[in-house]
Design a protein around this ligand. Structure first.
Ligand code: DX5
Ligand code: ZN
Length: 219
């Protein structure tokens, strides 16, 4: 699998989104990871589809939208119209994860399914044939800058083994506490899409920070 780096703009300067997207464009990053939080599924509130539509005018990179919202199926059309490329939804946030993922595919988006640290990985098994991406949360969602939870690596290994067994073609993404120390174990467990927020944006030179992650992946 091709390794992809997904800078999370949750850690960027919200008053300068256009400039922040331009900074990401200057790196070798593959995706822009956009965290949508509703203050209900998670305690924090971030941004919605209208913000994504505005961001779309400033970047051609893949928009990897991670919805931490209750009943995400309500927002499929809004995110499709806003220019999202991937819409990843939480198994815990809907009564109908299978139907919601079908709706995302029908809208022409790539579909991702994500689970919280406290959710068993078995929740993902029935939807693997439908999806383009599995996301294993490596922190509890809601905030950037939290410590990586190493126990989540077993879930990554399980999903990677299922992918091998079934032959289904999907990416395995990890999100939360990813830095130059934790990324290698995620790759070794089978992940190939790496979200990083605070690790990347704490540095002035975003490009060299992305490159450091790539160097660790390639070492
Ligand atoms: C957390 C978000 C993450 C967050 C990661 O709920 O899903 O995408 O931006 O931030 P770091 O990399 O700082 O843990
Ligand atoms: Zn995220």
């Amino acid at each position: 699998m091709v390794n992809k780096i997904a800078p999370s703009i949750l850690a960027s300067d919200y008053a300068n989104f256009a400039q922040e997207l331009h900074r990401i464009d200057q790196t070798s990053a593959d995706y822009v990871h956009i965290d949508i939080m509703d203050g209900q599924f998670v305690p924090n509130i971030s941004f919605g589809a209208d913000v994504v539509a505005s961001l779309r005018k400033h970047s051609k990179l893949v928009f990897d939208c991670h919805l931490m919202v209750v009943e995400p199926e309500r927002y499929v059309d809004a995110f499709a119209q806003a220019g999202a490329d991937i819409m990843t939804i939480h198994a815990e946030a809907t009564k109908h994860i299978h139907g919601a993922l079908q709706k995302i595919k029908k809208a022409g988006l790539k579909a991702g399914a994500v689970i919280n640290p406290g959710t068993p990985v078995s929740a993902l098994e029935p939807v693997l044939s439908l999806i383009d991406q599995v996301l294993i949360m490596t922190v509890n969602p809601g905030f950037g800058g939290q410590a990586f939870i190493p126990e989540m690596l077993d879930k990554v290994k399980t999903v990677a083994a299922w992918r091998e067994e079934t032959g289904y073609d999907f990416d395995i993404e990890v999100d939360g506490g990813i830095d130059d120390k934790t990324i290698k174990a995620c790759k070794d467990a089978g992940a190939n899409v790496f979200v990083a927020g605070s690790y990347l944006f704490k540095a002035d030179d975003l490009a060299s920070q992305v490159q450091t992650l790539r160097d660790v992946l390639n070492a």
